[in-house]
Design a protein around this ligand. Sequence first.
Ligand SMILES: [Zn+2]
Length: 306
Amino acid sequence: MKKTFSAFLVFLLLLLAFANARAITYPPFNPTPAPTDTVPYVINDDELTHLNDSLSTSPAYDLYSEFDTDVIHYTKFNIESLKDSIKMLTLCGANNCGYVHPFLGKVTCPFGRCKRYFHYGVDIDLETGDPVVAAFDGKVRIAKKNSSYGNVVVIRHSNGLETYYAHLSKLKVEVGQEVFAGDVIGLGGNTGYSRGSHLHFEVRYLGQPVNPMDVISFTDYKLLSNTLEISKKTFVYYPKGKKPAANTNTYVSNGGKLLPGNVYVIKSGDSLSAIARRYGTTIDVLCKKNGIKINTVLRLGQKIKV
Ligand SMILES: [Zn+2]
């Protein structure tokens, strides 16, 4: 009897072990995915700063799709692609609206006709060794020696503008370096195609020169406005001493004739920058002479002194 009971006990243990083994070998089917897959990824402040940093490594990358650190001028821009649309650029940087004049000196040669050449920048008088600073926050795209620009720095800004600083005696920045408005980027000089120490300062958009005097007051050393209008008209100037094409001067429509006392009558399509260019003056001077601001809306028939 005792033997039979022992045998039964062994049988029972074997049965339990077998049931356990079955349970391990064939787990129940569960179609629900593991809950770990659904935990949301929460980005913390540190990571966000890092992400913003990496996005800002190439300012205006969506506009240029490149950051060429060798070729000075961007050449893939077609003025015709602008059609008649107008784009407003904010001149404020990513962090502030700061503008710092590159060097507080006298203008010796304005944008446009200067001496025998068409001049794509503004020349500012300085002594060799004077510090030259970045006008806006940005990233250094070019910092090298060039036969005509001499030692030149080109900074790309987040709004798509680029500023050029040429004829420097010494470069103080490297390619890829982030700079803030007011940072010293080089020392003034007389390198490249230059007679006498001066800073040649340019403002360009997609490689095309913009008249810096449409943007900056070279007497008050500050911005004329917090925005800049970019349209086909922005790039209408007299390239390399040639006369403008017939269809480009329609926005100054009275043929340049002034009323006595140098009074100009506003016609359809006129703009302050176009009038300033036409009569070899600056927006700044026009505003002061007429007691108006750069964003004053001009009325048809309005008379302004030029
Ligand atoms: Zn120059």
